[in-house]
Design a protein. Structure first.
Length: 251
């Protein structure tokens, strides 16, 4: 039986690219997300008998139910990809408690809930893997996204702590940290920049890639390739790492 992977936020963007790559690697794949219609369409497009469950990953009880159902359907669980998340920007003086909490819930607390739900199954599996999709915002600071940076730094801290705690078990946990990636989230960021500054779409896009020495957005498939490598059974000695996929932005 193929190793079973759950990909959160797997219906679009980076998550969809990861699900497609893991399927190509011969894994059994399940995707979760909030919107049932989007999930159903993504699962149909991916093919390969992809399972799906609609769930809000900020709700720990719902996550547990969904993961249990998918594991029962697919015969266990060996890989968890925590990709679901959200990004919002605001100057710190305009970052209220609601935005702060929303960023922690969407990016850090959701990762915690998913690991808590999956860990009993993963710790009993051979060559288990957890890959947390963090961000270069978890490795350095950026202006106007303090809440998002704090949440993603937390994801990397959690990754490092669990790698130490579980080093004697048949499981690895790593973070992949993309720079600005060509997804809907970046398209929405470009629109926000246009509204706030009056720049054209090309100018807004250029401002986002200015920090990337390659002067381009990252392709979702590049992130998926890094995840595939970490999930390979031959990558068992790689754990606790935060791997940048960012065109040399962080060295």
């Amino acid at each position: 039986m193929s190793r079973h992977a759950i990909v959160t936020g797997g219906s679009r963007g980076i998550g969809y690219a990861i699900a497609r790559r893991l399927l190509a690697d011969g894994l059994a794949v399940s995707i979760v997300g909030r919107d049932p219609a989007t999930l159903e369409r993504a699962a149909y497009e991916l093919g390969g008998g992809v399972s799906h469950e609609a769930v809000d990953v900020t709700d720990p009880a719902a996550v547990q139910r969904a993961f249990n159902a998918l594991a029962e359907r697919r015969g266990g669980l060996a890989i968890l990809i925590n990709n679901a998340g959200a990004a919002e920007s605001a100057p710190f003086e305009k970052t209220d408690d609601i935005l702060w909490q929303r960023m922690l819930e969407a990016n850090l607390h959701s990762t915690y809930h998913c690991i808590r739900a999956a860990s009993p199954m993963l710790l009993g599996a051979a060559d288990a893997r957890i890959v947390n999709i963090a961000s270069t915002a978890g490795q350095t600071g950026y202006a106007y996204v303090s809440a998002y940076c704090a949440a993603k730094h937390g994801v990397i801290g959690l990754t490092r702590a669990l790698a130490r705690e579980w080093a004697g078990k048949s499981i690895t946990i790593n973070a992949v940290c993309p720079g600005f990636t060509d997804t809907d989230i970046v398209s929405e960021s470009i629109e926000r920049i246009q509204r706030a500054t009056g720049r054209t779409a090309l100018q807004a896009r250029a401002s986002l890639v200015a920090g990337n020495p390659q002067r381009r957005l990252i392709a979702p498939d590049e992130v998926a390739h890094a995840v595939s490598w970490l999930c390979d059974t031959r990558s068992g000695s790689i754990t606790g790492q935060s791997i940048s996929v960012a065109g040399g932005e962080l060295t």
